[in-house]
Design a protein around this ligand. Structure first.
Ligand code: ZN
Length: 460
């Protein structure tokens, strides 16, 4: 068969399968695997791995606040964020789209969709973030789901959460009835505020006390509460950026009972512990929840191995070093988040697969397939199969690189992993059949990315 593109001779890895095969692509789709193929373009990838494109469903490429004088916000947009993703092997992004003051969920989606249509170099989904569970917002949840926005994000840490648990729970129930998945930031805001107050009174207001300000129980009680909301409604929940052994144990107990509770963790917790807060530039490691102890790190790696954790996503929330280390900030106001799009997959490969902690199949599951299923994109995305979008990464398992945030594509300009030696990087990134990263060069046109119109959540 004559096709647009043949990816020849690579070791194709999908969940539970691995083998050498040629892949034929036409009109953006995979049309043949194995057998006779001739391409208008062919790339020889013998000796390389071929993975489904990474799906990072947790990034921040738009601001929760209306821009204006004095408003500091994350520094990447859909263009720079796409470029960082492409170099890191990611072909689909999931952006948190915040309902700003006086905006409905629909207004917020419209605003971010316009920005993504203009700037995104790869495909994307947008998660409406519910910050005010008003009757109007609740009414929009099923409408938006029917238009292909089958997810909803809530923050248990928000000031208004405790007073409105019933409204948030209702939102989750409406989401579930429409086939949507609710993402939950699980930290207890009230407890954290009271811990802050005591720390400040004891003269421990500096950002280096960040881990003390948000101890693991403030995460695990909120995680239990989210699980309680699932018990009450049977609605599935996806716990974002889980950081502690205690919270993971809660989720595993719930899953053992058959409750639809899913867990995401992020790279920070797999590579770093709170000891880095003893360094003078500790504010650069601030993220919520904070870095934990060795025992937590070990529990998370065990969770990746056992399947207790379903997804690893970046929570890419980039600031410059100047913004992070601003001396005016304290433990209450420290800027949360780090850049991680470009490093997400290579570090998990290097530290996970190469060091024998997880298999190649699990790597694909954690970085692509599970997210595609949970977020209603499977099998269009998340696998290498005839009929799927040709979102494919060719991976050089032996490529060595030292992390250097200053030369990476996020506008953050630094990485919390600066100096780490990482082995295994993308050689080609292919999005809907188009080679958009080719031996170190990005060729994606700004704005070529498309919104993925999603179906219902597939329960794992
Ligand atoms: Zn986030």
């Amino acid at each position: 068969m004559l096709v647009d593109l043949v990816i020849r001779g690579g070791t194709v890895v999908t969940v539970g399968n691995m083998g050498i095969a040629d892949i034929g692509v036409s009109n953006g789709k995979i049309v043949q695997i194995g057998g006779d193929l001739q391409g208008r373009r062919e790339i020889d990838v013998r000796g390389k791995y071929v993975f489904p494109g990474g799906i990072d469903v947790h990034v921040h490429l738009s601001s929760p606040r209306t821009p204006g004088p004095g408003v500091e916000t994350w520094v990447d947009d859909f263009q720079s964020g796409s470029n960082a993703a492409i170099v890191g092997g990611i072909t689909t992004l999931g952006n948190m789209t915040f309902q700003r003051q006086d905006e409905t969920l629909r207004d917020a989606l419209k605003r971010d969709l316009a920005a993504a249509e203009r700037d995104a170099g790869i495909d994307y989904i947008l998660h409406p973030v519910l910050t005010d569970p008003s009757a109007e917002a609740l009414a929009q949840i099923p409408e938006l789901a029917s238009e292909g926005h089958t997810s909803l994000k809530i923050y248990l840490v928000r000031d208004n959460f405790d007073a409105r648990v019933d409204d948030y729970t209702r939102a989750m129930q409406l989401a579930a009835q429409s086939g949507s998945l609710t993402l939950a930031h699980c930290e207890d805001g009230g407890l954290i505020r009271s811990v802050y107050r005591d720390l400040v009174a004891r003269g421990m207001a500096a950002p280096r006390y960040w881990p003390d300000a948000r101890p693991d129980y403030t995460e695990s009680v909120a995680t239990e509460r989210a699980i309680g909301m699932t018990r009450a409604t049977k609605a599935p929940i996806y716990v974002v950026h889980l950081s502690s052994a205690a919270a993971l144990a809660s989720c595993s107990r719930a899953r053992a009972e058959g409750l639809p509770v899913y867990v995401e963790t992020r790279p920070l917790y797999l590579y770093l512990t709170r000891e880095v807060f003893d360094q003078p530039d500790s504010a650069k490691y601030v993220g919520a929840p904070p870095l934990r102890e060795q025992k937590d790190l070990r529990a998370l790696w065990n969770g990746l191995l056992s399947g207790a954790i379903q997804c690893v996503c970046s929570d890419h929330a980039p600031w410059t070093l100047r913004q992070k280390l601003d001396p005016a900030l304290d433990v209450r106001t420290a800027r949360q988040g780090v850049a991680d799009l470009e490093t997400l997959m290579p570090m998990l490969f290097s530290e996970g697969v190469r060091k024998g902690r997880i298999s190649l199949s699990r790597f694909v599951e954690l970085t692509s397939t599970n997210a595609a299923k949970l977020f209603g994109m499977y099998p269009q995305k998340g696998t290498i199969a005839v009929g799927s979008d040709a979102d494919i990464i060719v991976w050089d398992r032996d490529a060595h690189r030292t992390i250097d945030g200053a030369s990476m594509l996020s506008k953050a300009g630094y990485s919390v992993y600066d100096g780490w030696e990482v082995i295994g990087w993308p050689l080609y990134t292919i999005s809907r059949g188009e080679v958009i990263f080719d031996n170190g060069k990005i060729t994606a046109q700004r704005g070529r990315g498309q919104l993925v119109r999603r179906g219902k959540t597939m329960m794992l």
